[in-house]
Design a protein around this ligand. Structure first.
Ligand code: PXG
Length: 442
């Protein structure tokens, strides 16, 4: 296999890097490189400007190459490159935790740092199990996820997750996990604008799981408020509130996985604010540092933290990572929060949501478009699969859009869109017009 791409001024060994979630052979036969980024754009290796309609991978919420973040990282690495996080502290981590707790829904006042969304999810699941144990209900060991859920790739995350390909290769996973049904039903909800009217009753499946397993065996329920990487599934009106009520009734912890919905994606700081539903823990990553340095976090409710702090002297939670609260990540996180605040990016999505919605729904009626859905600055266009070749139609659209200068994301046969929150209306038009041209030809 060729080790260099013709025209690319780099001598690259394409085989050494086993690329994540990538068809390696296909990519390496026809590689696509991004070599620089600024604002709303990437620069491809052929020098073309590519409009980023997906915030990298749903993570560069404030746009690319933000000077303030770059400078904060540079300053931090010159001053204190690393500090051990076990039995030692550095100010940046405490500062960032405090600021996150200020933004979080009121009772979630404590922050555990990780390095990714996957680690945040596994951390939250472990805290849930340990919490029930320290308060004397160690029988609550069952975890409940949802079909089509994506919670990263750790063993905890794939166990509660609901995407078959992410699970089936990896053995028996965690024991004692069950799943709620997903809420996606095009026969009722196709082309809904915002939250679908129909489907809150899907939450009642949690009552059935409680009846089946008994509440005394269930520790926690984890869901994405809006499922992202499984195809942008918007929760039906009232669904999340109902889940919260059922969790309260049976003392189940409710975890919102806000790795995608956090940091302004829906036009509010977190989805929890947007839906006015307060979970017991929130998992974060991605936009936390505007993706400039890997970092994740779990926001934890007072009562949970307090239960641990009342235990015997010594380490309260036997969990943590070498890089929990890494100084560079904290510097990037603090700078990202400054930008989100100064530029009003937590609520900019709300101002643009209607324009975004209209731009996307104007694509209704194009060939093979079977659904369009949106919320805040997230959107999806679902295409009818080519018979016998699922994912191919959307995959071709991705290639065609890239050739026309717009980076989109696809999952199955759904095009997923989540532009940086600094997107301008003209750029929303460009995304929609590019997709119109691509889909017309599909
Ligand atoms: N939870 C959610 C809800 C996510 O979306 C993770 C956890 C895991 O985060 P890390 O940082 O471990 O990857 C995610 C990640 C896509 C795509 O294109 C989505 C994710 C990652 C990569 C690609 O849909 N989400």
């Amino acid at each position: 296999m060729a080790t260099t791409k013709p025209g690319l001024d780099l001598d690259l060994d394409l085989e050494a890097f086993w690329m994540p979630f990538t068809a390696n052979r296909q990519f390496k036969a026809n590689p696509r490189f991004l070599v620089a980024a600024e604002g709303m754009h990437y620069i491809a290796d052929d020098g073309r400007k590519i409009l980023d309609a997906v915030s990298g991978l749903w993570c560069v919420n404030a746009g690319h190459g933000r000077k303030k973040i770059t400078e904060a990282i540079q300053k931090q690495t010159a001053e204190l490159d690393f500090a051990p996080g076990f039995q030692m502290g550095h100010p940046g981590a405490f500062r960032l935790a405090h600021r996150l707790a200020e933004i979080a829904p009121a009772p979630l006042k404590h922050v555990f740092f990780t390095n990714s969304g996957s680690e945040s999810v596994d951390t939250a699941l472990k805290i849930a199990l340990a919490y029930h144990r320290v308060r004397g209900e160690g029988g609550r060991q069952r975890l409940i996820g949802r079909e089509r859920g994506y919670h990263g790739v750790g063993f905890g995350g794939i166990s509660v997750g609901g995407i078959a390909n992410n699970r089936k290769f990896f053995g028996s996973l965690l024991a004692g996990v069950d799943h709620l049904p997903h809420t996606h039903d095009l026969s009722h909800n196709a082309f809904s604008r915002g939250e679908p009217e129909w489907g809150a009753h899907f939450a009642d499946a949690l009552e059935s799981l409680v009846a089946l397993h008994d509440k005394s065996t269930i520790a926690a329920v984890i869901v994405e408020p809006v499922a992202g990487s499984t195809g942008v599934l918007i929760p039906p009106k009232g669904y999340l509130k109902r889940l919260r009520e059922i969790c309260d009734k049976h003392q189940l912890l409710l975890i919102f996985d806000e790795v995608i919905t956090g940091f302004g994606r829906l036009g509010a700081p977190f989805a929890s604010h947007y839906f006015d539903v307060v979970p017991d823990m929130i998992t974060l990553a991605k936009g936390l540092t505007n993706a400039a340095v890997p970092m994740g976090a779990v926001l934890v409710r007072d009562e949970i933290y307090d239960a641990f702090m009342k235990g015997p002297d010594g380490i309260e939670l036997f969990h943590g990572y070498t890089y929990s609260g890494h100084p560079l990540a904290c510097a990037a996180g603090n700078a990202a929060l400054d930008i989100y605040r100064e530029e009003g990016l937590f609520t900019r999505g709300a101002e643009l949501a209607r324009y975004w919605e209209d731009a996307l729904h104007q694509l209704r009626g194009l060939p093979h478009v079977i659904d369009i859905r949106n919320l805040g600055l997230v959107g999806a266009i679902e295409l009818e699969p080519i018979a016998g070749s699922p994912t191919k139609r959307a995959g071709q659209a991705l290639g065609a859009a890239f050739d026309k200068g717009v980076l989109i994301r696809t999952t199955g046969d759904t095009i997923a869109l989540s532009p940086p929150l600094i997107v301008e209306k003209g750029q929303i038009d460009q995304i929609a017009e590019t997709l119109r041209a691509v889909l017309k030809a599909a």
